[in-house]
Design a protein around this ligand. Structure first.
Ligand SMILES: Cc1ncc(COP(=O)(O)O)c(C=O)c1O
Length: 390
């Protein structure tokens, strides 16, 4: 079957140039970067070069680059490490996030509340999934240790005003983290200008390898290491560094930034063709997230009268790889917390679909998708109605 991949927000294939950059570090350049001899120094040189490249790509000379195993670990390190240290310094115990965060944030904050005595509060978002800066300001007080707000949402693509949110927090002396795992693939991020205290990114969302990410930390921002052991990453993340993956990540970020502007223009036009095609051809369908302030590759919908999981499976059988909400929700029949957090009713939220485009997406693929979808949706709705009638 001629399959069409429309799930680039879940993950992306490794770019050939990234693969080539990594290969030597799996074989002859195999040294442990902590070793003092020649082999170790070669590996260490590669890591420090990757760190310099990443700092310069993100205009991040005011930041430390901490290599991690990906977005989830970066989020965990930021939340656990910053909240714990800040509580020690100021006595503040509250962690405030938006109501539309990734599980790597919500589950970490919930666990910190349940097991470590923090208070976890959520900031409501508008029905386009974007935070309201004045309600953020209202919720800030001396009890808040850390605020974490997603840069661009993985399920609905909406982009938050992160620079403004960080500024509001800083005016009250509160630390600010953003999960930029989805945003990094499509936004040209200037960290010195953005001025957040911590930012998480992950390589596999932008044609790099899986299992590697970065936590950017503003110099002197507090952080307690969560993996203790050796002195790697300036003592903030122990464990022998994954040299090939780190080298691959730097290459992937470099290639991504080289093409991001032209690629965004191309993707925007495909995305809008897709959104219009779906909304015009299928009744009882709604776009989730903001109409314009969203990632260039991201389309997300809710369909009345069907289950998003059933739709995903039917589309997969027809050769289209899409997602219902986020990859982590596979097999989970509950409506997405993100959609509920935006005020969408559970019976509608259950019918969610995410279609995300990437560098191999073509107009013909969108045409085929728009042609196939109405019939599949009609069939599923008919089945659902007869199930309910039974
Ligand atoms: C917004 C967001 N944060 C965090 C993650 C987790 O990243 P990783 O898969 O690298 O652990 C993802 C992955 O889907 C994501 O979309």
């Amino acid at each position: 079957m001629d399959r069409i991949y429309l799930d680039y927000a879940a993950t992306t294939p490794v770019d050939q140039q990234v693969l080539e950059a990594m290969l030597p570090y799996f074989s002859h350049e195999f040294g442990n970067p902590s070793s003092a001899h020649y082999y170790g120094q070669q590996a260490d040189g590669a890591i420090e070069q990757a760190r310099r490249t990443i700092k310069s790509l993100y205009n991040a000379d005011g930041y430390d680059v901490i290599f991690t195993s990906g977005g989830s670990e970066s989020d965990n390190l930021a939340l656990r490490g910053a909240a714990t240290e800040q509580r020690k310094r100021t006595g503040a115990t509250k962690i405030l996030t938006s109501s539309v965060e990734h599980d790597a944030i919500t589950r970490t904050a919930s666990q910190l509340q349940q097991k470590s005595g923090f208070i976890y509060a959520k900031l409501r978002v508008a029905n386009n999934g974007i935070i309201d800066l004045s309600s953020l300001e209202e919720q800030l007080n001396k009890q808040v240790a850390l605020v974490s707000i997603i840069y661009a949402n993985n399920e609905i693509g909406s982009i938050n005003p992160i620079k403004e949110a960080a500024k509001i927090c800083h005016e009250k002396g509160i630390l600010f983290h953003t999960d930029a795992v989805q945003a990094a693939a499509h936004l040209n991020i200037d960290l010195n200008g953005l001025d957040v205290d911590y930012m998480s990114i992950s390589a596999h969302k932008l044609y790099g390898p899986k299992g590697v990410g970065v936590l950017f930390k503003k110099k002197f921002a507090p952080l307690l290491t969560q993996i203790t052991g050796g002195a790697q990453e300036s003592g903030l993340r122990a464990g022998t560094s994954n040299v090939p993956l780190i080298v691959g990540m730097a290459k992937a970020l470099e290639l991504n930034l080289e093409s991001v502007e032209t690629e965004n223009i191309r993707l925007l036009s495909l995305r809008d063709q897709l959104i219009t095609g779906v909304l015009e051809n299928i009744s009882g369908t709604h776009l989730t997230g903001d109409h314009t302030n969203r990632l260039s590759n991201h389309a997300s919908f809710v369909f009345e009268g069907l289950s998003g999981n059933d739709l995903l499976i039917a589309l997969d059988m027809a050769g289209f790889a899409v997602s219902s909400g986020s990859a982590c929700k596979v097999g989970n029949p509950k409506p997405s917390e993100v959609l509920l957090g935006m005020g969408i009713k559970p019976e509608l939220a259950i019918g969610s679909l995410r279609v995300t485009l990437g560098k191999f997406s073509k107009k013909e693929e969108i045409d085929r998708f728009i042609t196939a979808l109405p019939e599949i949706v009609n069939l599923l709705r008919k089945e659902k109605r007869s199930e309910n009638g039974r």
